[in-house]
Design a protein around this ligand. Structure first.
Ligand code: TXA
Ligand code: MG
Length: 362
């Protein structure tokens, strides 16, 4: 049966969360209930990581397949030693450089840690968030908190409490509303059980910064289409972060991308379909005459601005009932890698290459 709950909404000051609110929310965590809370990346759907039944409730509330492991959130880096075994030497400098922050480390799971946390794998993914609400909640709960992104499975991650409620109202006990998240993209997942370490998911800590500490770090680009497939990066499914509308991505010289998007939009609109366009600010003026819903995400090279609003934009266009969403695929420098990854997954890896002959996919 699905998990159902009477959802309580608690408001907090994101910079200085009120202790009485946090204490109350922590009581829910300790009682095995589900508490959604803001982190610097996206909202998390939290439960006591050491309580296998609470962890089970997370999967049910999210409608998440049981083979998709969760991230465990800690308040102090030393908590890691209680969750993981055979901790490699990389951990210290990584924690020093990037914790608290948007870096998740995959390590060997300690034997006493519930295996459903890691979907039965022998590993565990751990992260120490920097958001004051997340940190206060973990500390007050006196237990690590398992938290996937607080969206229903395959939907865009939630960057506001309203997004959480859109997906999970009645399926989560408490939603702590601490305003919009600052990064808007999830953490980088780095697998330290492989040597050299492998980035399983690009995210808030950029590969260029990881490479300064681990020059040989590898990246994988996996677009798995099958939810039942066992893989080193379970849960990195092809269709993920997806709006209900079909997302069509365009790559190539800027002028060719603009005209492909304009032409395609005009064609759909002539056929009575509703079209949404995601664009960079510089291009927005090209599309104003089409009758499409346009969202300008930010300036082309301002990946931080684009990343912050991307998931909200996909949700907003869904809210307006569009049938298709057209968007350019942006470059992959810095945070661009995470933006590109989320767009590709939302589009099931399909890209229209325009204006030049190319064999490059993804
Ligand atoms: O920023 C974030 O990471 C957010 C906030 C709430 O912390 N959480 C998040 O969780 O994005 P989720 O469950 O949506 O994504 C977790 C990712 C998945 O891609 C999963 O495959 C990977 O982490 N992961 C978790 N445990 C793993 C493990 N033991 N081995 C390999 N990958 C793992
Ligand atoms: Mg997620």
């Amino acid at each position: 049966m699905d998990y159902s709950a009477k959802t309580i909404i608690m408001h907090v000051d994101p910079a200085a969360p009120e202790p009485d609110v946090i204490t109350k929310a922590a009581e829910y965590i300790r009682a095995g209930k589900l508490v959604a809370f803001p982190t610097e990346t996206v909202y998390g759907l939290g439960a006591n990581a050491l309580d296998p039944e609470a962890v089970e409730r997370v999967y049910r509330a999210k409608r998440r397949p049981a083979n998709d492991p969760l991230i465990t959130h800690i308040a102090q880096s030393t908590d890691l030693y209680r969750l993981a075994d055979h901790i490699p030497a990389w951990v210290e400098p990584l924690a020093q450089a990037f914790w608290p922050g948007p870096l998740t480390l995959v390590l060997q799971r300690a034997a006493h840690v519930p295996s459903n946390l890691a979907a039965g794998l022998s590993t565990i993914a751990v992260r120490m968030p920097i958001h004051p609400v997340a940190r206060a909640l973990i500390e007050a709960s006196k237990t690590p908190i398992a938290a996937p992104s607080a969206n229903t499975f395959t939907r865009p991650s939630a960057t506001t409490a309203a997004h959480v409620l859109e997906d999970l109202y009645g399926r989560v006990d408490v939603v702590i509303d601490g305003g919009p998240t600052t990064l808007g993209l999830e953490s980088t997942v780095l697998d330290l059980t492989q040597d050299p370490p492998v980035v399983l998911r690009p995210g808030g800590v950029v590969i260029e910064d990881l490479r300064r500490l681990i020059p040989e770090v590898r990246t994988v680009s996996q677009y798995l289409g099958d939810a039942d497939e066992a893989s080193p990066s379970p849960g990195q499914l092809l269709r993920h972060y997806a709006p209900r509308a079909r997302l069509m991505l365009y790559e190539g010289p800027a002028a060719a991308v603009r005209s492909a998007i304009s032409d395609t939009a005009a064609r759909y609109i002539a056929n009575g379909r509703r079209v949404g366009i995601l664009t960079v600010n510089e291009d927005a003026a090209h599309y104003t005459q089409l009758g499409a819903r346009i969202i300008a995400l930010g300036e082309q090279h301002d990946h931080a601005a684009i990343g912050r609003v991307l998931f909200g934009a996909l949700r907003a266009l869904d809210g307006q009932g569009v049938d298709v969403i057209l968007a350019p695929l942006l470059d992959s420098e810095g945070l661009g890698a995470a933006i590109r990854d989320r767009l590709l997954r939302a589009a099931e890896g399909k890209v229209f290459h325009v204006g030049q002959p190319t064999s490059h996919e993804a």
